[in-house]
Design a protein around this ligand. Structure first.
Ligand SMILES: *Cc1c(COP(=O)(O)O)cnc(C)c1O
Length: 242
């Protein structure tokens, strides 16, 4: 077994353990491999090992991997900060955009999806800790934005996503995850029929995914735990390298 396959087995065991501990079915949880900075070959290796969803952060890397066929056999999700002028490279080419954190972006996605005649699945990103450096909606903006999204014909709102600060200690991010889950329940109630679809919770990274699973994550996004430490300095979420 290669290293990625070994790490994948460990991560799957970690997800299953957390799920069982909290009375959940591990099969409800989708593992999204956060592939930023990885090569085409590494991505192919991860898919060969059993990864079914790749999560990309940067439009440039996404476009290059797509052109190389590196994702063949897997779905792609966009999980990074997306500028409105890059929407055309992403909409209709990924299954799910996790990181919709402004009205401007939401409307740009709608416009592009309409132009292509597709329905783009999205999550709203919520900035639960109010971090200035990070994108995302303030928690009180989430419901009005969900109402707006529910009215757009070419957007299908599937749920919420968050990126809390790195956990200071094990368990420290659990309250963020619990809050995101509650917010999703409120949104489902408020937007009625259109909300029956709004069931995804994308939360949890390498250091805190077990807490996220316990709090109800349907998607965990893992990079380091699968690929090891990234070869380049960590990407600041707010950076605009594109
Ligand atoms: C890089 C990244 C991850 C994965 O982070 P790790 O700590 O390496 O698991 C998850 N989500 C987003 C949005 C990321 O940019």
């Amino acid at each position: 077994m290669d290293l990625i396959a070994q790490r994948l087995a460990a991560v799957r065991a970690g997800i299953a353990q957390a799920a069982r501990r909290c009375g959940r079915n591990p099969e409800e949880i989708t593992l999204v491999a956060a592939t930023k900075t990885q090569t085409d070959d590494t991505i192919r290796q991860a898919i060969a090992a059993g990864i079914t969803v790749c999560g990309e952060n940067r439009v440039q890397e996404f476009t290059a991997h797509l052109a190389a066929g590196a994702y063949d056999g897997a779905q792609v999700h966009f999980i990074g900060q997306l500028q409105t002028n890059k929407v055309k490279f992403v909409v209709g080419r990924v299954e799910l955009i996790h990181s919709v954190g402004s009205e401007k972006l939401l409307l740009a996605i709608q416009r592009q999806a309409e132009k292509l005649g597709v329905v783009q699945q999205i999550l709203l990103e919520v900035n639960l800790a109010g971090e200035q450096s990070k994108a995302g909606l303030a928690p009180q903006q989430a419901l009005p934005m969900a109402r707006l999204a529910a009215q757009l014909a070419n957007v299908r709102l599937r749920g919420l996503m968050c990126i809390p600060p790195p956990a200071a200690a094990p368990g420290k991010n659990l309250p963020y995850f619990t809050n995101l889950a509650r917010l999703a329940v409120d949104i489902r109630k408020e937007i009625g029929d259109n909300g029956a679809d709004t069931v995804y919770l994308s939360m949890g990274m390498s250091d805190d995914y077990q807490d996220a699973v316990c709090a109800g994550a349907t998607h965990v996004r893992l990079g380091t735990a699968l690929f090891g430490a990234r070869p380049f300095p960590p990407i600041q979420e707010g950076s605009t390298d594109q």
